[in-house]
Design a protein around this ligand. Structure first.
Ligand code: UDP
Length: 331
């Protein structure tokens, strides 16, 4: 008889999903990964295929989910997660956040499993409160270019809370702020892989706007620790997990130029519509409830991430989709 706890992780082949698979395998869980591989990559999890306590389903969670056997936990991490991706596949983005979570919650109800959903700082939109606390309701444009992602995630939170209050399901909601680390896709359009890829290819670094907008970057291992603790807590309200160390995108470009030891210039492009001007998590709640705070400094985390990108093949580095952000700048 298997005594391991069984966990379903949707979006298992993605950046965060694959790190979560690793963590729960390390904790001796039986991990069932699910992904339709639109933005995820098998390469991120192929090292797990040989393990007896790992299974993988190539399945779109927006469609009915069938998982044989018992389930103790479900982590819903399937979703495109960068502005370029969700502009390319807006309908899938809306579906995975709405139909996808409905299927996960229905499955959890049948199995008696606890569900943790990946929500996002995007629920705060372009915030008028700084730093962002969980009590802030946000400033989101539902019909702007980010609306498909932001509203899907807001709906996902509402649906999860409804299953919690109406069906008594055990649920957890994490609001994830900008996170980085190995296995980010070089061509997903997010600022870190964009800048590192550009530096490695000898191109100019593309700053959108004047570079005065801020973000706060969390290393992936810290995030995974926060998720692990939240899952095992008894708290059903949303919790911010992120690194409050805030930096402007202009300063970030300088850090990447230094890190990569290149002499690249920066070039300025128009700021995408509804691009948040500032973002920093208030992590008071995570500290108090979970005893969690980030441990990895940006300089350490960037070094680890840079080493990963340096290990990629020349072919991957020069993939033609890099920097194809023409459609992203919606005027
Ligand atoms: N950004 C940039 N150059 C790029 C890619 C992104 O200046 O090549 C900016 C983007 O406009 C935003 C910030 O970097 O202000 C972070 O962008 P990202 O897409 O990583 O995440 P998000 O905007 O969702 O936080």
């Amino acid at each position: 008889m298997e005594t391991r706890k069984r966990i379903l992780i949707t979006g298992a082949a993605g950046f965060l999903g694959s790190h979560l698979c690793d963590r729960f395998i390390k904790e001796n869980y039986h991990v069932i990964g699910m992904d339709n591989l639109i933005t995820g990559r098998l390469k991120n999890i192929e090292h797990l295929f040989k393990l007896e306590n790992f299974e993988f389903y190539n399945h779109d969670v927006s469609k009915y989910i069938h998982v044989p056997g018992e389930l103790d936990y479900i982590l819903h991490f399937a979703s495109p997660a960068s502005p370029i991706d969700y502009l390319k596949i807006p309908i899938q983005t809306l579906k995975v956040g709405s139909l996808g979570i409905h299927n996960c919650l229905g499955l959890a109800k049948v199995k008696g499993a606890r569900v943790l959903i990946a929500s996002t700082s995007e629920v705060y939109g372009d915030p008028t409160v700084h730093p962002q606390t969980e009590e802030y309701w946000g400033n989101v444009n539902p019909v702007g270019p980010r609306g498909v992602y932001d509203e899907a995630k807001r709906f996902q939170e509402a649906m999860t809370m409804a299953y919690h209050t109406y069906h008594g399901l055990e649920t957890r909601i994490i609001r994830i702020f900008n996170t980085y680390g190995p296995r980010m896709r070089l061509n997903d359009g997010r600022v870190l892989p964009a800048f590192i890829g550009q530096a490695l290819r000898g191109e100019d670094l593309t700053i959108f706007g004047d570079g005065s907008q801020t973000r706060s970057f969390c290393y992936v291992d810290d995030l995974v620790e926060g998720i692990y603790r939240l899952l095992h807590s008894d708290y059903a309200e949303p919790v911010n997990i992120g690194n409050p160390d805030e930096i402007t995108i202009g300063q970030f470009a300088e850090e990447i130029i230094k890190l990569t030891n290149t002499n690249q210039k920066v070039v300025y492009h128009d700021l995408p519509v509804n691009d948040p001007k500032q973002r920093q998590p208030d992590i008071t709640k995570a500290k108090a409830l979970l005893g969690w705070e980030p441990k990895v400094s940006r300089s350490e985390g960037l070094k680890l991430t840079y080493d990963y990108f340096c290990s990629l093949s020349e072919e991957e580095l020069r993939h033609k989709e890099h920097n194809n952000f023409d459609n992203y700048i919606v005027k």
